[in-house]
Write a protein that binds this ligand. Structure first.
Ligand SMILES: C[S@@+](CC[C@H](N)C(=O)[O-])C[C@H]1O[C@@H](n2cnc3c(N)ncnc32)[C@H](O)[C@@H]1O
Length: 249
């Protein structure tokens, strides 16, 4: 990987007070012109990048904005609620309508419309289940130009991001294994972000610019004791609260 990318990423990661600030600084400093965001919701992130990065001339917004039968996550609201979410995403980004491309469909459907190697930066923040992140990484990586970037949100240290009603969040470790499979460097960044550089010549490397990613093994997270503690905690929250108070004494 060109060393200057590493310098830019390291600098942006070190100084970023928030996720939004991290990515807008990175997009500006890396000279990114074309972006696709997978999973747009109400358009807060899209609005931020479009406002803060005037050199971005193409911003592809990919989201079905509809209830999905097979997506067990808290953002999966009703079709009626999604209409309002969609309207908000549009009104937030209307000021940049000429730079915006809206694909109201799932990643897999949208990917078929995008040319391979056509984007400087893809940001995935859609379905974070094992199925979803697999589809997102596999179907968007080919769209990234050589030397371009594939980043994303919810690179959580624990797969148990939500309570028991929901599927685990598998962005971490899957993004790391995906980067290894395509033999490219991947960064763990602050604010639970990751970034893969499409640079197979550099080879796979897991560069940790945020603490807590020393091991990405699932074994401990699925250990019987951990799973039992979670189950008890979600059924008997008062007991869980008492347990953590006792532990902190
Ligand atoms: C966490 S929200 C995105 C938040 C947004 N990126 C932001 O930072 O403001 C997740 C979004 O992913 C979308 N989504 C879920 N499954 C998807 C899929 N298969 N393809 C594309 N988008 C999907 C949902 O409709 C929802 O709007």
């Amino acid at each position: 990987m060109a060393t200057h990318h590493r310098d830019i990423i390291t600098r942006c990661a070190a100084g970023a007070p928030s996720r939004n600030a991290l990515w807008s600084a990175f997009v500006r400093e890396a000279g990114i012109r074309s972006v696709a965001e997978v999973g747009v919701w109400k358009g807060h992130f899209a609005e931020h990048l479009l406002r803060e990065c005037p050199d971005v001339s193409r911003y592809v917004m990919i989201d079905p904005w509809r209830h999905l039968a097979d997506w067990e996550k808290p953002y999966n609201v009703s079709d009626v609620a999604f209409e309002d979410v969609y309207a908000e995403a549009m009104s937030r980004t209307d000021f940049a309508a000429s730079r915006r491309e809206v694909l109201r469909e799932t990643t897999r459907e949208a990917a078929a419309r995008l040319d391979d190697g056509s984007l400087d930066f893809v940001y995935v923040d859609g379905d974070h289940t094992l199925r979803g992140i697999t589809i997102d990484l596999v179907s968007t990586f080919a769209k990234v130009k050589p030397g371009g970037f594939l980043g994303g949100d919810d690179f959580t240290r624990s797969v148990w991001q939500h309570d028991e009603r929901y599927e685990p969040t598998m962005v971490c470790p899957l993004a790391v294994y995906f980067a290894e499979a395509v033999n490219c460097p991947i960064y763990a960044l602050p604010h639970q972000q990751f970034l893969i550089v499409n640079d197979p010549a550099a080879g796979f490397d897991f560069i940790r610019l945020a603490p807590g990613y020393e091991t990405v093994s699932l074994r401990r997270q699925f250990a019987a004791g951990t799973v039992l503690k979670r189950a008890i905690g979600s059924r008997f929250p008062a007991l869980a609260g008492l347990w953590s108070r006792l532990k902190s004494k």
